[in-house]
Write a protein that binds this ligand. Sequence first.
Ligand SMILES: NC(=O)c1ccc[n+]([C@@H]2O[C@H](COP(=O)([O-])OP(=O)(O)OC[C@H]3O[C@@H](n4cnc5c(N)ncnc54)[C@H](O)[C@@H]3O)[C@@H](O)[C@H]2O)c1
Length: 248
Amino acid sequence: MERKVLEGRTAVVTGGAQGIGAAIARDLAAHGATVVVADLNRSGAERVGNELGGDCFGLGVDVGDEAQVAGLCTEVTARTGRWDILVNNAAIVPFTSWDAVDFREWRRIMRVNLDGVFLMCRSASDEMRKRGYGRIVNIASNAFFAGTPNMAAYIAAKGGVVGFTRALATELGTFGITVNAVSPGLTASDGVLGGPHAASFDFVQSLQAIKRRGEPEDIAPVVTFLCSEEARWVTGSTFNVDGGHVRH
Ligand SMILES: NC(=O)c1ccc[n+]([C@@H]2O[C@H](COP(=O)([O-])OP(=O)(O)OC[C@H]3O[C@@H](n4cnc5c(N)ncnc54)[C@H](O)[C@@H]3O)[C@@H](O)[C@H]2O)c1
């Protein structure tokens, strides 16, 4: 895709301090967007925001906290004057047998992985509607389609994200706002490389059509396309980006 297709656009990427979110933030910035890196890890968000250069910046936010999300919205519009693109990437990715998850843990996962998407979409869409233009991309997971073991609460939340994406596309279509989801397969992000999921790479590769590890940079260009003007006729869809692991 032509390099500066996102010039003049402001994009917010949640969970952008590391992993897939940081790769998405870099790709959007490389295509000309002013990127706001929003993460629970404030110093990490600021580091990536500064690396991106231009008017990009990072800030701390807990996407599951309504007041903090409202504060983020105020800061984004005050500093950039607009909000065109939202990538809901922040999530926690536990690996626990379903019956070892008590209600408190279930709520912790839902709060970030599903409530956070709702709160961010509410804030962003209000701003996007003012200008009659917007691009929302929600990061789901191919675990939703594969039914991967030890991820039941996570998969329930990601299923909610896919369903919410479809419904929100209907609600926002008349305002010039598209809403799509990208569902990565196992990807060598910072979170995965530092946790129990890393032990699954060989097995997952054996199921993929393309026999190598997925990298964060494999996910980002698909997100960038969905954030561009060229993707104007695409909404309510979920795209697997997983080297041909799950065929959906
Ligand atoms: N890596 C994979 O294999 C994989 C596969 C499928 C889907 N995904 C999805 O891709 C996205 C990114 O995954 P990743 O592997 O890069 O994750 P990661 O763990 O490397 O990074 C997640 C980031 O989200 C931030 N975060 C966590 N809770 C937050 C909160 N409450 N508010 C704001 N930020 C918060 C973290 O600080 C971190 O910077 C997630 O939505 C994940 O579910 C990842």
